[in-house]
Design a binder for this molecule. Structure first.
Ligand code: FUB
Ligand code: ZN
Length: 647
């Protein structure tokens, strides 16, 4: 079925505008080193390149338009590709001739940097042309290629650019020729998954099966030969392309077992969710139940045991990785913005496999919390790491917390997250609905219109409401075909309750797998869904040692937090009593408009100054508590923050 989505949502249009008007121009200036900013290292590690971006200049040098050396991470090219992809999506809702001209020039520049045989990577073309594909564990060559192919696919669809598609196909053809299990091909994979997602996308666009087959090759090859990286490193006697990766276990790269046999979320979190996204796409596209089952198992492990309440993933800075079940420290975690973006990618593909609203619940959790917190309200400052508990002086003086930034930097030495956010927000229309052959799923409550068309006729859904401020939703539906269609609308798992009606008649059936099911007969219809969105408390499984005796608060899709600016220092001394009422108030002039939750809380104070004493001299005083949505924290200067409060 052909379909199109247009977004008309107050909350999200502000962000979509921000991407178009602020983020894209700002990131363009950064990629060109045309703006004086402070680029911070993502943690205390002197080897992180942070003098400049140099990303566009790298292309100019590779294209022989300039002279010089490559600068930055070996995957610096991907910053440009993700920017280009964000531009592509933004042009669909805000056409801009000037921006398109700039993007066309970038495409031409990339084309000039591409080698005759289709190879594309500025680091290796400029610095080490003899080491191409010899150090795949670290080289990110296929990762960068994947990001270009994704960008080119989006850019071609948005603008019709033949050049972008031509470069992408030349690159993909080169990869399909070079990698595989036939004689003369490299039987191996990249250390960072991404090419698999891209080849699937190129397959969906072109229908060329070779792209899907190579994606399938990479996914099935991963973990089959555990010595592949080691042997490559022995054969290639040069210096590491990225230092430090040698000490990481095979799990870091999801190489510990063949992918179809993996059943837990292991290693580097972004790698894992990118791999799972491609695997789910392949499973949904090919109908391979075994692969679908692998995806379901990995998903279960993330969601049941390894995900933060904010939709963040990755419990440790060491390897930006998952650790073990229920290990969810709040103050040393990683929760990289890209990892939650990738979790949304994964969830979106899972919805193609199973009509289960849990995928949409997690997608929403990640989106409204860790994804959004990845950027400041101005669209020009970014978190790489999204903590659930911050004490600025600890971030400053505890070397184990140097990655936990209390304010968002203007840019980062490793700049993977800012353009990932831009491309995600600009393409949010893709996440609202899942159009399957037999049914349409409404996953996210974002004001929009879905227009579908097939041989049966057209089917239109207009979604209205003022979500997430309000839980009252209206869906105006036109079925212009001859037959009824199945429409499924999600009831979020966080909802305290709901009422639903179709054409003013209340619905008596219960949700199935989280969706209310409607058979929409030909004609005009209206579905109302009223979600009880009142603030509520959350508790962790007692196996999460960090959260024993603690409570978190949410309203609708937003998880809340307490900040020092509202509640004073030493947030660990605060208590939110079990019986304190949670009151909610919308504040238009605060943080671009947020709902504030207040409660009568308490604060523990101690009279003595001794570090330890044999008696308890603490006293408890009354203190009003004030909480804001987590995504909006760190927009009022440097201060403490906490999601889980003592009860
Ligand atoms: O390795 C490329 C990107 O840099 C990863 O996706 C991020 O996690 C960061 O490590
Ligand atoms: Zn990132």
């Amino acid at each position: 079925m052909k379909y199109e989505v247009t977004v008309s949502d107050d909350f999200w249009n502000r962000y979509r505008k921000l991407v178009k008007q602020e983020m894209i121009p700002y990131q363009w200036a950064v990629l060109n080193d045309a703006i004086k900013i402070n680029i911070e290292r993502e943690r205390n590690d002197a080897s992180i390149p942070n003098e400049k971006s140099h990303a566009i200049e790298n292309f100019k040098i590779a294209a022989k338009r300039a002279e010089g050396r490559h600068y930055g991470w070996v995957f610096q090219d991907s910053d440009v590709y993700k920017w280009l992809e964000a531009v592509a999506y933004s042009l669909r809702y805000a056409w801009d001739e000037e921006l398109k001209k700039t993007a066309d020039e970038v495409v031409d520049l990339i084309g000039q940097a591409q080698e005759e045989d289709g190879y594309l990577n500025t680091y290796f073309s400029i610095m080490e042309p003899d080491r191409k594909y010899k150090r795949l564990k670290e080289s990110h060559e296929l990762y960068c290629a994947g990001h270009f192919i994704e960008a080119a696919t989006a850019y071609h669809l948005a603008t019709g650019s033949a050049r972008a598609l031509e470069i992408a196909k030349k690159l993909a053809d080169h990869i399909c020729r070079t990698f595989g299990d036939k004689e003369g091909q490299i039987r191996g994979v990249d250390g960072h998954e991404e090419i698999e997602i891209a080849l699937m996308r190129l397959y969906h666009l072109t229908g060329c099966r070779e792209y899907m087959e190579t994606a399938s090759f990479f996914l099935n090859e991963r973990g089959r030969d555990p010595s592949f990286f080691r042997e490559q490193t022995v054969d290639d006697d040069g210096n590491p392309v990225i230092g430090g990766l040698d000490s990481f276990p095979l799990k870091y790269f999801q190489m510990h077992r063949p992918v179809p046999e993996q059943d837990t979320a292991e290693g580097h979190a972004v790698r894992l969710v990118y791999m799972s996204t491609a695997l789910a796409d392949l499973a949904a596209t090919s109908g391979d139940e075994r692969l679908a089952d692998t995806c379901r198992k990995i998903w279960r492990n993330i969601v049941d045991k390894r995900m933060y309440i904010t939709g963040g993933i990755g419990s440790t800075v060491i390897g930006e990785a998952f650790t073990l079940d229920y290990d969810l420290p709040n103050d040393t975690m990683y929760c990289e913005t890209c990892a939650s973006v990738g979790l949304m990618f994964f969830a979106r593909q899972m919805l193609r496999i199973d009509a289960n609203a849990e995928y949409a619940d997690v997608m929403e959790r990640a989106l409204y919390n860790t994804v959004l917190s990845g950027m400041a309200l101005d669209g020009k400052h970014f978190f790489y790491v999204n903590p659930l508990e911050v004490v600025p002086k600890k971030s400053m003086d505890d070397p184990g917390k140097s990655h936990v930034k209390p304010v968002r930097p203007q840019w980062l030495g490793c700049a993977c997250c800012p353009p990932n956010l831009a491309r995600l927000i600009a393409s949010l229309d893709k996440y609202i609905y899942t159009v399957r052959d037999e049914e349409i799923l409404v996953n996210l409550f974002i004001g929009s219109e879905l227009q579908c068309e097939d041989t049966e006729g057209t089917f239109v859904i207009r979604q209205e409401g003022n979500y997430p401020k309000s839980g009252n939703l209206l869906f105006k539906i036109s079925n212009n075909g001859q037959a009824a269609r199945t429409l499924k609308i999600r009831v979020p798992s966080w909802a305290n309750g709901y009422t639903a009606a179709i054409d003013c008649e209340s619905l008596s059936t219960k949700p199935v797998n989280g969706y209310l099911c409607f058979e929409i007969a030909p004609g005009e219809h209206a579905v109302e869904l009223n979600l009880d969105i009142a603030p509520k408390r959350w508790y962790s499984n007692p196996k999460v040692s960090e959260n024993i005796g603690k409570v978190a608060v949410s309203r609708g899709p937003f998880i809340y937090c307490a900040e020092g600016v509202d509640n004073g220092e030493d947030l660990h001394c605060l208590r939110l009593p079990k019986d304190a009422a949670l009151s909610y108030e919308w504040q238009e002039d605060l943080l671009n408009g947020v709902g504030v939750i207040s409660a009568n809380g308490k604060r523990i104070t101690g009279a003595d100054t001794a570090l330890y004493r044999a008696f308890d001299d603490t006293s408890i005083t009354e203190q009003p508590l004030r909480m804001i949505p987590y995504y909006a924290w760190a927009n009022r200067g440097t201060n403490e923050m906490r999601v889980w409060l003592n009860e």
